[in-house]
Design a protein. Sequence first.
Length: 318
Amino acid sequence: MEGGMNVTSNNRDVTRMRRRHDNHTHASARGKKFVFVIFFNTIITVAEYLGGLFSGSLALISDAGHNLSDVLALMLGYAGERVSGKEPDKQFSFGLKRFEVVVALVNALSLLGIGIYIVYEAAVRYMHPVPIDIGVMIPVGAIGFGGNLFSMLFLMKERHVNLNMRAAFLHLFYDTVASVAVIVAGVILYYTGMLVIDLLVSILIVVMIIGSSISVIRESMRIFLQGTPLHINADEVFNEIAGMEHVGSVHGLHIWSVNSSEVFLSCHICVETEGEEVNTDAIIRSVNSMLAERYGISHTTLQVENVKICTGPGPCCR
């Protein structure tokens, strides 16, 4: 029996080591992609900004500003990937997993700042119109579109890995759309000469910037405030646990995230004995198996009680 337990323990250790190796490998691959896209987008940003100055197009300068936020977002994203992969220790028992959320929040807030600047500049340009050189605006806009599209496709597979990658991908996606808007504005200007079109496109870019920022900010704040993840119904989880065999009642249920991909759960389970001895380990295994299969929750702390030890009031102790 002891030999069997040792074998099981060794197998678990091997599995943990493999998972750590795989996570490190994937993080390293994502890091290399970040570095490449950072370099590529830096070139695009400089090209669009210079093109905006020479052409007089606010839309092109706005797109360059959005691209600059992309570069900053990717730099922070790269740092987030490196730092959040740190292994847990005695000081940081969860590691630094939440750093990716900090990075995503900073990125989203930086986008809002750029949006405010573009609105201000558009108001100034509306009162004091500036001539626009279409011959520079459209080709540079096309370069920005091609570069942003390539970068976006390059990171597409990783966009759902975590909130950090999602924020970086959203930067690139909306900048690609913004580049299309710049080109369309250039074409309309060529045929109509209406300078206000350039300003309208700038405002459209701001609307996209705000839309992408708010969703990331909302999710980041939910994680910081330890709210239940949006994709999990706490009442449903409560009922699932309470309805399992030998479970009499459930209280002290908490569901939260330390980052955008790992969900944690803790609760107290009062067993229903009915005069018979109950295998509490079996209850824990059953609950853990159900949570992993149905909700993807693999980090749990379950306290099994023969009597209700805690009697505190409130919705979490019901």
